[in-house]
Design a protein around this ligand. Structure first.
Ligand SMILES: Cc1cc2nc3c(=O)[nH]c(=O)nc-3n(C[C@H](O)[C@H](O)[C@H](O)COP(=O)(O)O)c2cc1C
Length: 432
């Protein structure tokens, strides 16, 4: 009998995706302030308790210079290595930029996380979009999108080569020893001899995830990834993404359906829809939106003059996604999500658009406002379509919202038969 297909839920496990009002909201709830690593270890405990497939830690490789994204949280591999010592089951997926790292260094760091966690490590390969960050890494300019993906492709080739050329063997004297072969990679961008000097974990090498939704991003994912982090905000766009990815997988000689897309989702929940809406309103009320206005569209490199915060948003000035696809700065999929959200709300105010674009969980991933049962129905519908492997969940209201999800939604998902009721005991790479 075919194995039952469960929904994968990853917990996005640092504060990058918090609502801008989350810290004040936590204080209003009587939740004590915690330091960065206390918060990280708390994410770890929630990860195991909520039976999440993995913790997913994004990264901003520099100071964003905006009050919306301060780049404060710890470096992901360091964070997850600490968490690995306080968790048992949850996978640990760290984001790092192929544009700014050196592949041999990153191969060592991630292989070490894989050892520390006994085979629960994953790597989310991103190419990064903020031009200014290049100046932190001895580069004169940020590479353009195509160049970044050429580098990502060769980078992942080197990484996999280094990881795959290792083995643990039991020798005739009864001792297990680590063996590794050189790779002698001579490419246009990297010249790496190897071998890698860190032994493999029980899963051989870390899982590889990819985040970046343009055509070149999808080609890199089809070649190297075991899962992809996407930003489909509707079931229809998830179906289109799935079709595109499957086509690319076939071109790479891989089976269609073998790499699950995992879109981001930001839930705002309550016992009633009204309660959920009130929570979001309360969070919004803690933020001064005006200084964030320039970042709403500025993150995409789009300049639209915004008047009074209470004015209707000037929709007629908003470029159509198809006209900016080639030139857009930040993630194209995020822009499409925001564009559709604005289109669907005639008369929406400047304040609402600013809040949606930068305040309610960072980038414009799908935001769900509703009851526990409505979220379970929503998950069941997406699961039934079969176009996603699950969701990367970002709890923008902070720890109270994760607690609520574990107490209220997880049991309902298990009852519905679409979520595991016991911890994932397989090696991370075998889970997706
Ligand atoms: C869902 C998603 C998550 C991402 N997370 C990060 C991140 O944590 N750090 C980062 O530097 N870039 C991140 N990126 C940016 C991508 O690496 C990439 O640079 C950007 O999406 C532009 O490429 P694209 O047009 O192929 O999407 C993310 C992109 C997507 C789609």
């Amino acid at each position: 009998m075919a194995e039952r297909r469960y929904l994968h839920l990853n917990l996005v496990a640092n504060d990058l995706n918090l609502h801008q009002g989350a810290y004040k909201y936590e204080r209003a709830q009587g939740i004590a302030e915690r330091g960065t690593f206390e918060r990280l270890l708390e994410y770890g405990r929630f990860g195991d308790e909520g039976l999440f497939t993995a913790l997913f830690v994004g990264d901003i490789p520099g100071m964003q210079g905006s009050p919306a994204f301060d780049g404060g949280p710890a470096e992901p591999i360091t964070a997850l290595t600490a968490i690995s010592q306080h968790t048992e089951h949850v996978g640990l997926i760290a984001t790092a930029s192929t544009t700014f790292y050196d592949p041999y260094n990153l191969a060592r760091l991630l292989a070490s996380l894989d050892q520390a966690s006994d085979g629960r490590a994953g790597y989310n390969a991103v190419t990064s979009v903020i031009d200014r960050f290049a100046l932190n890494y001895s580069l004169e300019n940020h590479l353009d999108r195509e160049a970044r993906y050429h580098r990502a492709d060769e980078f992942l080739q080197v990484l996999r080569g280094l990881w795959d050329n290792r083995s643990l063997r039991r020798d005739p004297d009864g001792l297990t020893r680590f063996y590794a072969e050189p790779i002698d990679h001579r490419g246009p961008l990297f010249q790496v001899s190897g071998p890698l000097n860190i032994a493999p974990s029980r899963q051989g090498r870390p899982l590889i995830a990819q985040a970046g939704g343009s055509g070149s991003g999808i080609r890199v994912a089809a070649k190297h990834a075991d899962m992809v982090f996407t930003n489909s905000s509707t079931r229809a766009s998830a179906a289109i993404y799935r079709e595109t990815l499957d086509k690319a997988l076939v071109e790479e000689g891989r089976a269609p359906g073998s790499v699950p897309p995992i879109p981001g989702l930001i839930p705002y929940l309550g016992r009633t829809t009204k309660e959920a809406e009130e929570k979001l309103r309360e969070l919004d009320s803690y933020v001064d939106w005006e200084p964030l206005a320039p970042f709403a569209l500025g993150q995409f490199g789009i300049e639209v003059p915004l008047g009074d915060m209470a004015d209707p948003f000037p929709v007629h000035l908003l470029p159509r996604p198809e006209d900016v696809e080639a030139t857009i700065k930040s993630t194209f999929g995020n822009y499409v999500g925001l564009y559709n959200w604005i289109e669907e709300r005639p008369g929406v105010t400047v304040r609402e658009v600013v809040a949606q674009a930068v305040g309610r969980g960072g980038a414009t991933h799908r935001k769900f406002v509703g009851t526990y049962d409505e979220l379970v129905d929503d998950f069941a519908d997406w699961h039934e379509d079969g176009n996603v492997g699950g969701f990367n969940l970002m709890f923008s209201a902070g720890s109270a919202a994760i607690r609520e999800f574990i107490d209220e939604v997880v049991p309902r998902l298990i009852d519905r038969g679409i979520y595991r009721s016991t911890p994932a005991d397989r090696l991370l790479r075998e889970r997706f």
